[in-house]
Design a protein around this ligand. Structure first.
Ligand code: CMP
Length: 133
């Protein structure tokens, strides 16, 4: 069994999509083993997305992630990281496959409703960022 980190982003929280998105995970046999709702400070978002600090979109990304509450979850399943990325869809919702979370709910590449870890190394880092024990 593998674990990955998922974040329901402010655009989806604002539209009350929390339960709809959680149900997609449950339907796809993910176990939500930890979850918490948090409102990040900008400096927390900057640390979380440090891997993107040289990108031109970094500042906007950090402003956005800290603009409202988010739901952070640890998902567990065989091959959870890749399976989660499959059901999330591509980063840009307009390119995502039908039926994926970002295609269904994403508004733009920034407001793409959900984050998911992209590798085993980042999953471990991201999980311990939010869940310290
Ligand atoms: P996420 O998977 O949370 O990881 C970084 C985020 O940066 C990404 O989703 C997008 O929402 C956002 N982003 C904004 N612009 C870009 C871009 N040009 N390429 C990749 N990610 C971008």
């Amino acid at each position: 069994m593998e674990e990955t980190l998922s974040i329901i982003k402010p655009d989806a929280m604002e539209r009350n999509l929390e339960d709809k998105i959680k149900n997609i995970f449950i339907k796809n046999n993910f176990e939500i083993i930890k979850e918490k709702k948090v409102k990040l400070e900008k400096k927390d978002a900057e640390l979380f997305y440090k891997v993107h600090e040289t990108k031109p979109f970094y500042n906007d990304l950090c402003n956005y992630l800290s603009s409202g509450p988010v739901l952070v979850m640890v998902l567990k399943k065989d091959n959870a990281i890749a399976e989660n990325r499959k059901i999330m869809g591509t980063t840009n919702p307009k390119d995502a496959d039908p039926g994926t979370i970002r295609k269904e709910f994403g508004i733009s590449i920034d407001k793409n409703s959900i984050h998911g870890s992209d590798s085993k190394e980042n999953a471990e880092k991201e999980i311990s960022f939010f869940f310290k024990d």
